[in-house]
Ligand binder design. Structure first.
Ligand code: TXA
Ligand code: MG
Length: 339
Protein backbone atom coordinates (compact mmCIF):
# COMPACT_ATOMS: atom_id res chain seq x y z
CA UNK A 1 0.00 0.00 0.00
CA UNK A 2 1.29 3.42 -0.95
CA UNK A 3 0.67 6.09 1.70
CA UNK A 4 -0.94 9.29 0.41
CA UNK A 5 0.69 12.29 2.12
CA UNK A 6 -0.24 15.97 2.13
CA UNK A 7 2.07 18.95 2.29
CA UNK A 8 1.78 19.10 6.12
CA UNK A 9 3.22 15.60 6.27
CA UNK A 10 6.54 16.45 4.59
CA UNK A 11 8.44 15.78 7.85
CA UNK A 12 7.03 12.23 7.76
CA UNK A 13 7.93 11.92 4.06
CA UNK A 14 11.50 13.05 4.85
CA UNK A 15 11.71 10.59 7.72
CA UNK A 16 10.59 7.76 5.42
CA UNK A 17 13.29 8.71 2.91
CA UNK A 18 15.92 8.69 5.66
CA UNK A 19 14.75 5.19 6.63
CA UNK A 20 15.38 3.87 3.11
CA UNK A 21 11.82 4.07 1.81
CA UNK A 22 10.61 5.25 -1.62
CA UNK A 23 8.61 8.49 -1.66
CA UNK A 24 7.28 10.13 -4.83
CA UNK A 25 7.09 13.93 -4.86
CA UNK A 26 6.27 16.73 -7.33
CA UNK A 27 8.99 18.83 -8.95
CA UNK A 28 8.62 21.70 -11.41
CA UNK A 29 9.30 19.26 -14.28
CA UNK A 30 7.69 15.87 -13.50
CA UNK A 31 7.11 13.79 -10.35
CA UNK A 32 10.14 11.92 -9.06
CA UNK A 33 10.46 8.69 -7.04
CA UNK A 34 12.87 9.60 -4.28
CA UNK A 35 15.29 7.41 -2.33
CA UNK A 36 18.32 8.22 -0.15
CA UNK A 37 21.17 8.37 -2.71
CA UNK A 38 23.66 7.08 -0.12
CA UNK A 39 21.57 3.98 0.66
CA UNK A 40 22.35 1.25 -1.90
CA UNK A 41 19.38 -0.96 -1.00
CA UNK A 42 16.90 1.91 -1.17
CA UNK A 43 18.22 2.90 -4.59
CA UNK A 44 18.00 -0.67 -5.86
CA UNK A 45 14.31 -0.66 -4.89
CA UNK A 46 13.70 2.27 -7.27
CA UNK A 47 14.88 0.14 -10.19
CA UNK A 48 12.56 -2.69 -9.13
CA UNK A 49 9.56 -0.35 -8.64
CA UNK A 50 10.00 1.20 -12.09
CA UNK A 51 11.18 -1.91 -13.91
CA UNK A 52 14.09 0.28 -14.97
CA UNK A 53 17.08 -1.13 -16.88
CA UNK A 54 20.04 -1.23 -14.49
CA UNK A 55 22.33 0.59 -16.96
CA UNK A 56 20.28 3.80 -16.74
CA UNK A 57 21.64 6.06 -13.98
CA UNK A 58 19.54 8.31 -11.73
CA UNK A 59 19.67 12.06 -11.05
CA UNK A 60 20.68 13.08 -7.52
CA UNK A 61 18.60 15.95 -6.13
CA UNK A 62 19.99 18.46 -3.64
CA UNK A 63 18.40 21.22 -1.53
CA UNK A 64 21.17 23.70 -2.35
CA UNK A 65 24.68 24.07 -3.74
CA UNK A 66 26.27 23.72 -0.30
CA UNK A 67 25.56 19.95 -0.59
CA UNK A 68 27.39 19.65 -3.93
CA UNK A 69 30.68 18.52 -2.41
CA UNK A 70 28.90 15.60 -0.72
CA UNK A 71 28.07 13.98 -4.04
CA UNK A 72 30.53 15.41 -6.59
CA UNK A 73 34.24 16.27 -6.78
CA UNK A 74 36.56 18.29 -9.03
CA UNK A 75 33.60 20.49 -9.97
CA UNK A 76 34.55 22.65 -12.98
CA UNK A 77 34.09 26.38 -12.83
CA UNK A 78 31.58 26.17 -15.69
CA UNK A 79 29.35 23.93 -13.54
CA UNK A 80 29.44 26.43 -10.67
CA UNK A 81 28.49 29.23 -13.06
CA UNK A 82 25.60 27.20 -14.49
CA UNK A 83 24.25 26.31 -11.05
CA UNK A 84 24.51 29.96 -10.07
CA UNK A 85 22.49 31.05 -13.08
CA UNK A 86 19.94 28.23 -13.46
CA UNK A 87 19.48 26.61 -10.05
CA UNK A 88 17.21 25.96 -8.39
CA UNK A 89 15.52 24.92 -11.61
CA UNK A 90 15.24 22.34 -14.38
CA UNK A 91 18.98 21.92 -15.04
CA UNK A 92 20.91 18.70 -14.38
CA UNK A 93 24.71 18.69 -14.57
CA UNK A 94 26.84 15.53 -14.91
CA UNK A 95 29.88 15.70 -12.60
CA UNK A 96 32.61 13.42 -11.23
CA UNK A 97 31.06 11.43 -8.40
CA UNK A 98 31.98 11.13 -4.72
CA UNK A 99 32.32 7.63 -3.32
CA UNK A 100 29.43 7.97 -0.85
CA UNK A 101 26.92 8.02 -3.71
CA UNK A 102 25.51 4.47 -3.91
CA UNK A 103 26.96 2.64 -6.95
CA UNK A 104 23.53 1.74 -8.35
CA UNK A 105 22.58 5.46 -8.57
CA UNK A 106 25.16 5.99 -11.28
CA UNK A 107 24.80 2.55 -12.91
CA UNK A 108 28.47 1.95 -12.25
CA UNK A 109 29.62 5.18 -13.98
CA UNK A 110 32.19 7.41 -12.28
CA UNK A 111 29.96 10.42 -12.94
CA UNK A 112 26.82 11.59 -11.15
CA UNK A 113 24.01 13.76 -12.50
CA UNK A 114 22.98 16.52 -10.05
CA UNK A 115 19.98 18.83 -9.93
CA UNK A 116 18.50 21.36 -7.50
CA UNK A 117 14.75 21.52 -8.24
CA UNK A 118 12.79 24.74 -7.75
CA UNK A 119 9.39 23.32 -6.75
CA UNK A 120 8.79 24.49 -3.15
CA UNK A 121 7.58 21.05 -2.01
CA UNK A 122 10.57 19.27 -3.54
CA UNK A 123 12.92 21.81 -1.97
CA UNK A 124 11.30 21.56 1.46
CA UNK A 125 11.40 17.77 1.34
CA UNK A 126 15.09 17.81 0.33
CA UNK A 127 15.88 20.23 3.16
CA UNK A 128 14.07 18.09 5.71
CA UNK A 129 15.60 14.83 4.43
CA UNK A 130 19.11 16.31 4.75
CA UNK A 131 20.49 13.52 2.52
CA UNK A 132 20.92 13.70 -1.28
CA UNK A 133 17.91 12.13 -2.96
CA UNK A 134 18.14 10.00 -6.10
CA UNK A 135 14.94 10.45 -8.10
CA UNK A 136 13.98 9.27 -11.57
CA UNK A 137 10.72 10.32 -13.17
CA UNK A 138 7.78 8.62 -11.43
CA UNK A 139 6.45 6.22 -14.07
CA UNK A 140 6.86 2.58 -15.02
CA UNK A 141 9.92 2.37 -17.25
CA UNK A 142 9.07 3.20 -20.87
CA UNK A 143 5.74 4.90 -20.04
CA UNK A 144 5.01 8.65 -20.25
CA UNK A 145 6.35 10.44 -17.16
CA UNK A 146 3.89 11.22 -14.36
CA UNK A 147 2.95 14.89 -14.04
CA UNK A 148 0.03 14.45 -11.61
CA UNK A 149 -0.08 12.34 -8.45
CA UNK A 150 -2.96 10.37 -9.92
CA UNK A 151 -0.84 9.43 -12.95
CA UNK A 152 1.99 8.35 -10.65
CA UNK A 153 -0.34 6.07 -8.68
CA UNK A 154 -1.72 4.64 -11.93
CA UNK A 155 1.76 3.21 -12.58
CA UNK A 156 3.19 2.75 -9.10
CA UNK A 157 0.45 2.23 -6.48
CA UNK A 158 1.68 -0.51 -4.16
CA UNK A 159 5.19 -0.37 -5.65
CA UNK A 160 6.40 2.69 -3.69
CA UNK A 161 5.99 3.49 0.01
CA UNK A 162 4.43 6.95 -0.20
CA UNK A 163 3.56 9.86 -2.44
CA UNK A 164 3.16 13.56 -1.71
CA UNK A 165 -0.22 14.28 -3.31
CA UNK A 166 0.26 17.92 -4.28
CA UNK A 167 0.19 19.58 -7.69
CA UNK A 168 3.25 20.89 -9.50
CA UNK A 169 4.99 20.04 -12.75
CA UNK A 170 4.30 23.38 -14.46
CA UNK A 171 7.05 22.66 -16.99
CA UNK A 172 5.80 19.13 -17.69
CA UNK A 173 8.97 17.87 -19.43
CA UNK A 174 12.10 16.62 -17.66
CA UNK A 175 15.13 18.76 -16.87
CA UNK A 176 17.84 19.66 -19.38
CA UNK A 177 20.81 17.32 -18.76
CA UNK A 178 24.25 18.72 -19.58
CA UNK A 179 27.85 17.53 -19.52
CA UNK A 180 30.66 20.02 -18.88
CA UNK A 181 33.55 17.62 -18.37
CA UNK A 182 35.43 18.72 -21.50
CA UNK A 183 35.11 22.41 -20.63
CA UNK A 184 32.28 22.69 -23.17
CA UNK A 185 28.54 22.85 -22.44
CA UNK A 186 27.03 19.80 -24.13
CA UNK A 187 23.32 18.97 -23.91
CA UNK A 188 22.70 15.26 -23.34
CA UNK A 189 18.92 15.59 -22.94
CA UNK A 190 16.83 18.56 -24.07
CA UNK A 191 14.57 20.12 -21.46
CA UNK A 192 12.91 23.41 -20.74
CA UNK A 193 16.23 25.23 -20.60
CA UNK A 194 17.03 25.57 -24.29
CA UNK A 195 20.14 26.47 -26.27
CA UNK A 196 18.59 29.95 -26.66
CA UNK A 197 18.24 30.28 -22.85
CA UNK A 198 21.88 29.30 -22.39
CA UNK A 199 22.91 31.77 -25.08
CA UNK A 200 20.91 34.59 -23.46
CA UNK A 201 22.77 33.90 -20.23
CA UNK A 202 26.11 34.04 -22.04
CA UNK A 203 26.78 30.28 -22.35
CA UNK A 204 27.49 28.55 -25.63
CA UNK A 205 25.78 25.13 -25.71
CA UNK A 206 25.55 22.41 -28.33
CA UNK A 207 23.60 19.17 -28.64
CA UNK A 208 25.27 15.82 -28.17
CA UNK A 209 22.75 14.39 -30.59
CA UNK A 210 22.24 16.73 -33.51
CA UNK A 211 19.84 14.16 -35.04
CA UNK A 212 17.23 14.94 -32.39
CA UNK A 213 17.07 18.60 -33.40
CA UNK A 214 16.72 18.02 -37.12
CA UNK A 215 14.90 14.87 -37.91
CA UNK A 216 14.68 15.53 -41.63
CA UNK A 217 18.45 15.60 -41.87
CA UNK A 218 18.82 12.50 -39.75
CA UNK A 219 20.47 10.26 -42.31
CA UNK A 220 23.18 12.86 -42.82
CA UNK A 221 23.63 13.54 -39.14
CA UNK A 222 23.90 9.83 -38.32
CA UNK A 223 27.44 9.86 -39.52
CA UNK A 224 28.34 12.76 -37.23
CA UNK A 225 26.38 11.38 -34.27
CA UNK A 226 28.66 11.41 -31.24
CA UNK A 227 28.55 7.88 -29.86
CA UNK A 228 30.85 8.57 -26.94
CA UNK A 229 28.33 11.11 -25.68
CA UNK A 230 25.49 8.67 -26.06
CA UNK A 231 27.41 6.32 -23.79
CA UNK A 232 27.74 9.14 -21.31
CA UNK A 233 23.94 9.48 -21.12
CA UNK A 234 22.84 5.87 -21.26
CA UNK A 235 19.16 6.57 -20.57
CA UNK A 236 18.66 8.15 -23.95
CA UNK A 237 18.96 4.78 -25.76
CA UNK A 238 16.02 3.14 -23.98
CA UNK A 239 12.42 3.37 -25.25
CA UNK A 240 10.64 6.19 -23.44
CA UNK A 241 7.37 8.04 -22.97
CA UNK A 242 5.30 5.41 -24.81
CA UNK A 243 1.55 5.18 -24.20
CA UNK A 244 -0.26 1.95 -25.16
CA UNK A 245 -1.79 3.76 -28.15
CA UNK A 246 0.26 4.34 -31.26
CA UNK A 247 1.54 7.93 -31.60
CA UNK A 248 1.70 9.54 -35.05
CA UNK A 249 3.25 12.97 -35.58
CA UNK A 250 1.56 15.22 -38.14
CA UNK A 251 1.95 18.85 -39.16
CA UNK A 252 -0.89 21.35 -39.55
CA UNK A 253 -0.88 20.85 -43.35
CA UNK A 254 -1.44 17.10 -43.01
CA UNK A 255 -4.14 15.79 -45.32
CA UNK A 256 -3.80 12.02 -45.04
CA UNK A 257 -6.52 9.59 -43.97
CA UNK A 258 -6.40 8.78 -40.27
CA UNK A 259 -5.90 5.07 -39.69
CA UNK A 260 -6.98 2.97 -36.75
CA UNK A 261 -10.17 2.58 -34.71
CA UNK A 262 -10.53 5.20 -32.03
CA UNK A 263 -8.36 8.18 -32.82
CA UNK A 264 -7.31 11.23 -30.81
CA UNK A 265 -5.80 14.51 -31.89
CA UNK A 266 -3.75 16.98 -29.88
CA UNK A 267 -2.15 20.15 -31.16
CA UNK A 268 -2.12 23.93 -31.42
CA UNK A 269 -4.57 24.23 -34.34
CA UNK A 270 -7.26 21.98 -35.84
CA UNK A 271 -6.46 19.86 -38.87
CA UNK A 272 -9.06 19.95 -41.60
CA UNK A 273 -10.86 16.67 -42.19
CA UNK A 274 -9.62 15.05 -39.02
CA UNK A 275 -12.57 13.87 -36.93
CA UNK A 276 -11.15 12.26 -33.84
CA UNK A 277 -12.98 10.62 -30.95
CA UNK A 278 -10.98 12.78 -28.59
CA UNK A 279 -9.54 16.21 -29.30
CA UNK A 280 -7.33 18.52 -27.30
CA UNK A 281 -6.09 22.00 -28.24
CA UNK A 282 -3.24 23.74 -26.47
CA UNK A 283 -2.98 27.54 -26.34
CA UNK A 284 0.80 27.60 -26.63
CA UNK A 285 3.86 25.38 -26.93
CA UNK A 286 4.37 25.81 -23.18
CA UNK A 287 0.87 24.55 -22.44
CA UNK A 288 1.32 21.69 -24.94
CA UNK A 289 4.57 20.66 -23.20
CA UNK A 290 3.06 20.95 -19.72
CA UNK A 291 0.08 18.77 -20.68
CA UNK A 292 1.80 16.39 -23.12
CA UNK A 293 2.38 13.33 -20.90
CA UNK A 294 -1.03 13.66 -19.27
CA UNK A 295 -2.65 13.92 -22.73
CA UNK A 296 -1.00 10.63 -23.74
CA UNK A 297 -2.22 9.01 -20.53
CA UNK A 298 -5.76 10.40 -20.98
CA UNK A 299 -5.83 8.81 -24.43
CA UNK A 300 -4.87 5.44 -22.92
CA UNK A 301 -7.61 5.79 -20.29
CA UNK A 302 -10.13 6.48 -23.07
CA UNK A 303 -9.05 3.38 -25.01
CA UNK A 304 -7.70 5.36 -27.96
CA UNK A 305 -5.86 3.33 -30.62
CA UNK A 306 -3.96 6.06 -32.46
CA UNK A 307 -2.95 9.50 -31.14
CA UNK A 308 -2.19 12.15 -33.76
CA UNK A 309 0.09 14.82 -32.31
CA UNK A 310 0.73 18.03 -34.16
CA UNK A 311 4.42 18.87 -34.48
CA UNK A 312 5.68 22.26 -33.30
CA UNK A 313 8.51 24.50 -34.37
CA UNK A 314 11.83 23.37 -32.94
CA UNK A 315 12.82 26.47 -31.08
CA UNK A 316 13.19 26.87 -27.32
CA UNK A 317 10.78 24.53 -25.48
CA UNK A 318 9.59 23.18 -28.84
CA UNK A 319 12.91 21.34 -29.20
CA UNK A 320 12.34 19.37 -26.00
CA UNK A 321 8.67 18.75 -26.84
CA UNK A 322 9.58 17.37 -30.28
CA UNK A 323 12.25 15.16 -28.71
CA UNK A 324 9.66 13.60 -26.37
CA UNK A 325 7.04 13.39 -29.12
CA UNK A 326 9.41 11.44 -31.39
CA UNK A 327 10.31 9.06 -28.61
CA UNK A 328 6.61 8.60 -27.79
CA UNK A 329 6.11 7.79 -31.48
CA UNK A 330 8.91 5.25 -31.30
CA UNK A 331 11.22 7.27 -33.56
CA UNK A 332 14.23 6.92 -31.36
CA UNK A 333 17.90 7.81 -31.33
CA UNK A 334 20.10 6.32 -34.09
CA UNK A 335 21.61 3.53 -31.99
CA UNK A 336 18.16 2.10 -31.19
CA UNK A 337 17.08 1.91 -34.82
CA UNK A 338 20.33 0.21 -35.67
CA UNK A 339 19.72 -2.53 -33.25
O1 TXA B 1 13.30 16.64 -14.47
C1 TXA B 1 13.93 15.63 -14.20
O2 TXA B 1 15.13 15.49 -14.50
C2 TXA B 1 13.20 14.50 -13.45
C3 TXA B 1 12.81 15.03 -12.06
C4 TXA B 1 12.21 13.97 -11.18
O3 TXA B 1 13.93 15.61 -11.46
N1 TXA B 1 14.01 13.32 -13.37
C5 TXA B 1 14.26 12.54 -14.44
O4 TXA B 1 14.98 11.38 -14.15
O5 TXA B 1 13.87 12.80 -15.55
P1 TXA B 1 15.09 10.16 -15.16
O6 TXA B 1 15.73 9.10 -14.36
O7 TXA B 1 13.79 9.85 -15.75
O8 TXA B 1 16.11 10.64 -16.24
C6 TXA B 1 17.47 10.82 -15.91
C7 TXA B 1 18.30 11.07 -17.15
C8 TXA B 1 18.47 9.79 -17.95
O9 TXA B 1 18.44 10.11 -19.33
C9 TXA B 1 19.86 9.34 -17.52
O10 TXA B 1 20.51 8.53 -18.46
C10 TXA B 1 20.58 10.67 -17.32
O11 TXA B 1 19.60 11.50 -16.74
N2 TXA B 1 21.72 10.51 -16.39
C11 TXA B 1 21.68 10.23 -15.08
N3 TXA B 1 22.93 10.09 -14.58
C12 TXA B 1 23.78 10.30 -15.59
C13 TXA B 1 25.21 10.31 -15.72
N4 TXA B 1 26.00 10.05 -14.70
N5 TXA B 1 25.72 10.57 -16.92
C14 TXA B 1 24.91 10.84 -17.98
N6 TXA B 1 23.57 10.85 -17.94
C15 TXA B 1 23.00 10.58 -16.76
MG1 MG C 1 12.34 9.11 -17.02
Amino acid sequence: MTQRLKREELPLAADMLRRGMLVAFPTETVFGIGADATNELAVQRIFVAKGRPSDNPLIVHLADVSQLDHVARDIPDLAHKLFERFSPGPLTIVLQKQSKVAPTVTAGLDTVAVRIPSHPIALELLRLAKVPIAAPSANRSGRPSGTTWQAVLEDLDGRIDAIVCEPGCDVGLESTVVDVSDGELIILRMGSISIADFRLAGFHARHADSASTNHAAESETNSTFDRSLLRRSPGTVHPHYRPSAKVVIVDSEWNGTPIGGRIAYGGLVPIEGMQPTMIRFFQSVNEYAAAFYEFLRECDRAGIDVIYCQSVEETELGTALMDRMRRAAGQSVPSLREG
